[in-house]
Design a protein around this ligand. Sequence first.
Ligand SMILES: Cc1cc2nc3c(=O)[nH]c(=O)nc-3n(C[C@H](O)[C@H](O)[C@H](O)COP(=O)(O)OP(=O)(O)OC[C@H]3O[C@@H](n4cnc5c(N)ncnc54)[C@H](O)[C@@H]3O)c2cc1C
Length: 492
Amino acid sequence: MGSGVAGLHTAWRASTHGEVLILTKRTLFDSATAYAQGGIAAALGAGDSPDLHRKDTLAAGAALCDTEAVEVLVEEGPARIRELQLAGARFDLGTDGRLKLGKEAAHSRRRIVHAQGDRTGAEVARTLVDRVHASRRVSVLEHARVLELIVERGRCAGVRASVLGQPVEIRADATVLATGGCGQVYRYTTNPVVATGDGFAIAHRADVTLADMEFVQFHPTALDTPENPLALVSEAVRGEGAVLRNAEGERFMVKRHKLAELAPRDVVARAIFNEQKRTGRVWLDARSLGKNFATRFPGITALCRARGIEPGEQLIPVTPAAHYMMGGIVTDLSGRTSLADLFACGEVACTGVHGANRLASNSLLEGLVFAERVAREMGQAGRHAVPRRPRPFDVPPLADRGAAQVAADAIRALMWDAAGIDRNSRGLRACTRQLAEIGERLTGGMTEERNMCDTAMLIAGAALARRESRGGHYRSDFPRAKGEWRGKRLEW
Ligand SMILES: Cc1cc2nc3c(=O)[nH]c(=O)nc-3n(C[C@H](O)[C@H](O)[C@H](O)COP(=O)(O)OP(=O)(O)OC[C@H]3O[C@@H](n4cnc5c(N)ncnc54)[C@H](O)[C@@H]3O)c2cc1C
C-alpha cells in the first residue's frame, strides 16, 4: 500500500519472490518521497563510518532510539545507495566521478547523497518507478484508496479498498503498509495532500500496535503562503547567512540560542511559533546574499518568484510546518508488525531508528533499508491467502465535500494550536475532547477525515501522556526531559 520510496522499493525487490500489487491513493508519483529535497544520508565518504553515522543518529534521537535498528540502518545504508545507483539513479557526482556528498546540520561528516542539487526524492521515485514498470510481476492500481485491513483467524489476509470509487477486496499472502506520514493533520505542513495518516488509523482500528506518536518533527522555515502544502525553504539558506526577523524587525534568535538561526530545528521552530503569537508575521532576511541568492539557490528562487517574492531583495515570509512523523506502527527488524502477515515500512512504521527526533536525511534511507528487509522476509512468508469469494462491502457514498473540508480544517487548526510545537495539558485535554466531537459528526463517506481524526487523536493522546519534553515533543508545563521517561516508549 503506497508508492513512496518504501512501497516502491518493497514491490521491486519482493517481485523476485512472487506477484506483487501496488495500491496507491492517487498516482505513482504522489508521495512525500517525490518532494524530498536535501538527500539521503549514508556513510560513504572518506573519513566517515557507519559508527559515526550511528553516533549522530543516536544523539538526535534523545535516548529513545532502538540501537539495533540504528545499527541496521547505518550498516546496510551504503549498500542500498550503491544498488540504487546500479538501478539507474543519477546522483550528483564530483569531477572524480565519486558521489558528491553534502553536509547537513547535526551530521559530523559530509554524507548526504543528492540528485540535481535539491531534487533527490524525485530522482529516487523515478528510478524505482522505472524498476517497477520493468518488472512483469508488479502490477499497479492507481487511485486505489485502502480503507481497511482484512483480518481473519488472527492474520492479515489483505485489504478492502475503494478503486475509483468501486469496492475492491484484495487477498494476499503478505500485506505491506507503506502509506507514509500524516502532516496533513496540521494546519501548516510540508507534506503532500495524500499524507492524511491513513496507515496509522487503519492499523490502529485493526488493533495493530503503534508507538512514539507524540514525536512529530516541525520544520522551522516553510514559505508562509496560503497554500497546502507549504513549500520548504531549506536550512541551507540560514547556513549561508540569512537571519530571522519578527514583525518588529528584531533579530530574535540571537537572544534565544548561542547558535542563533543555526540552533537545532525544534528550538528555531518553537522560537518562530512564539514570535508569531507575540508580534505577528516572521520573516527570513536573505538580503545580505543579494544577487548571489539566485545562483546559490535556484530552486528556492523559482519558488519565491512564482509567489511574487524576490528573495535576494525582499523579506521572505516563513512559518514552521509539520514535516515528519517519528512514531508509527511498531515493527521488528524485518518489518513485521504485531499482526501476522502484516508488514510496515517507511514513515508509517516505527522501527525505532529516529527515537524522539529524526536526523536530517535519515528517512529516505530508512525507507530503502527496511523495505529491502521487508521484501526479503516476504520471500519467507507462508501461503495463507485463501482464494475466497469476496465478501460484499460498500464504499460509503461520497460525502458532502464542503462539510468534509470544514471537518478537516477544524482538525488541522486544533492540532496546530494545541498538539503542535508548544503543548500543555490544558490545551491537549481540550483538543482531545474537541477531536472526539468532530469524530462524532463525521459521516460514513468522510473516510479520509476519519483517518485524520483518529491519527490526530493518537498524537494528542500520546502528547498528553508524556509529561516531559524530549526531541520533537515539547510541553511548556514540563519543559525538561525527565530521567523516568528516558528510554520509555508509549504504545497504543
Ligand atoms: C518537502 C519534504 C522534503 C523532505 N526532504 C527529505 C530529505 O531531503 N531527505 C529525507 O531523508 N527525507 C526527506 N523528507 C521526508 C521523506 O520524504 C519521507 O519521510 C519519505 O519519503 C517517506 O516515504 P514513504 O514511502 O514512507 O511515504 P511516502 O513517500 O509519503 O508515500 C506514501 C504513499 O502511500 C500512499 N497512500 C497513503 N494513504 C493511502 C491509502 N489509504 N491507500 C493507498 N495508498 C495510500 C500515498 O499516496 C503515497 O504514494 C522530506 C519530506 C518532505 C515533505
